[in-house]
Every structure is written in C-alpha cells, then in structure tokens.
Design a protein around this ligand. Structure first.
Ligand code: GLP
Length: 264
C-alpha cells in the first residue's frame, strides 16, 4: 500500500482525478470502478470539468459501480443510480450501454449479482477502482464480518451505516436495510485501487485499515494484500496513523527519485 497524506481533501481529489485522466488518456477503453458517498464527489466534479475543457473523452470507457440499495428505484433521489447521474453520468459523454450499477429492483437478487460479476469479467476486469471507506471500515457495502473473498451479493447494513447515510434520505424516509454490493474479493480483483478518506471521523477506520491486522472486522484491511493500492488522505484522516511521518518521508523521497529519473 502507498499512503499519501495531502494538505487537504481538494488536493487529494485532484490527484485521484489526474490518475483517472492518465489511465483514460493511455487507454481510452479503460474500465473504471466507481464509488458513491460524499468523498468522491470532488473527483467527479473535476472529471466533468476536464470533459468540458475537452481534455477527456469517456465515449469508450466502461464503468461499474460498487453498490446499490435493495428496493430503491433508479429514479429515487437517494439511489446510487440517481447519485451517479447527477454527479457524473449526465455531465460527460459516457455511453449508457457501458454504465453498470446493480439493479436494486431486480426480482432475483442472486441472479442479478451473478450477472454483475459476469459483466465485470466480460469487460476484462476493473482497471482502476475508486473507494471511500465507512466509519467501521467497510468498502462498497461490505460491512464488518464480510468474507474477505466474497463476490457481489445482497448484504444487510449495520446501524451505523444506516445512520451515516440518513443524510441522503428525506426525514420521513427509512434507509433501506439491504443492499447489493460488489464483494471484497470482487474489489480485490481490480488491477489498481485508490481509496480516499477525509476528516477526523475516518481516522480510526484508516488506522485499523492500514496498520491493524487483516481482519473481516475491518473489511478494508484486506487492501494490505493488494499489490497496487494507494490510500489518499487529508491530515485529519491520517491523524491516528502511528507511522504517519514515515509514510510522508517515503512519499517525499519517492517523488524526489521520480523527478531524478525523469530528468535523466
Ligand atoms: C457508503 C458507500 C461507500 C462509501 C461510504 C462512505 O456506505 N456504500 O462506498 O465509501 O458510504 O461515504 P462518505 O464518502 O459519504 O463518507
């Protein structure tokens, strides 16, 4: 894992948007894994800006979202279909046929999840997966105790996640109890991963992800086993890391080494 600590969330988001841009510039038919929640919104803003400035072309890009609420229609304002349309899909030239999000209204959840896995495989796998993290260390909607080799399936949300996500729902609405989510194993198959976390509320989950034991108690901790994962943090999210100064030192010296090799 490479841990990069930025002065603020805006710089981290810009870094992530640039990584996506570099990928698509080198490989116009790249396959992106996308996340929802507040964390990735500035990345999508920047990608939309780059598209408007004609610096990016999404016409051949394929996308797979991590998850969707079970029982919510795609036009429900708290659904992840709606969220993605609002923040990215309606603002760039993605081909609707290449956009994938689990169908929260599928009659047969296990069939839907099997088909989702098949579609990812047929697309050649995910090149770059964007991730946020839940307060209890979930990725996608893989709550504590999720099998670390799980595939896309239906899951039950813990109370803390339902509480955290209440802000996306109207006051008189209930946050669904169930979701369809890529599994931890599905996420681990991505060729590269960027996990972003900002703010004090994520600091403990990040410390346990990066420095704790690999455990289903903190599903994100399995990323320690992924060969190409970057953890992009602001100062607050990094504040509980024991080896914080070491990560900073490694990054500074790495960029120095990169500059020297570029100069040659
Ligand atoms: C939801 C999503 C996750 C996301 C998490 C964190 O639970 N399923 O993919 O990482 O929220 O959300 P936020 O970025 O708003 O903190």
């Amino acid at each position: 894992m490479e841990i990069i600590i930025f002065k603020d969330s805006a710089s981290a988001s810009l870094y992530a948007a640039n990584e996506i841009t570099n990928l698509i510039s080198g490989r116009p038919d790249a396959v992106l894994g996308l996340a929802t929640g507040g964390t990735p919104v500035p990345i999508y803003e920047e990608l939309a800006r780059k598209y408007q400035r004609q610096e990016l072309d999404f016409s051949k890009v394929t996308t797979f979202n991590l998850d969707e609420y079970w029982g919510l229609s795609p036009i429900h304002p708290a659904s992840y279909h709606y969220f993605m349309n609002q923040h990215l899909f309606s603002r760039v030239n993605l081909d609707p046929a290449r956009i994938h999000i689990p169908n929260g209204l599928a009659m047969d959840a296990s069939q839907e999840c099997l088909q989702y896995e098949r579609q990812i495989a047929e697309a050649g796998g995910i090149d770059l997966q964007i991730l946020g993290i839940g307060g209890e260390g979930h990725v996608g909607f893989n709550e504590p105790s999720s099998s670390l080799s799980s595939r896309t399936r239906i899951k039950t949300l813990i109370s803390r996640t339902r509480e955290d996500n209440k802000r996306f729902f109207k006051e008189d609405e209930e946050v669904p109890f169930h979701v369809l989510t890529m599994g931890v194993g599905t996420i681990m198959d991505a060729k590269s991963i960027l996990l972003l976390a900002f703010g004090k509320g994520k600091a403990e989950a990040i410390a346990r992800t990066v420095e704790g034991p690999v455990s289903a108690r903190i599903p994100a901790s399995i990323l320690q086993m992924h060969p190409k994962t970057k953890i992009l943090l602001d100062e607050e999210a990094a504040s509980c890391l024991e080896l914080r100064d070491y990560y900073q030192y490694v990054y500074e010296n790495k960029t120095k080494a990169d500059r020297i090799s570029q100069d040659k």
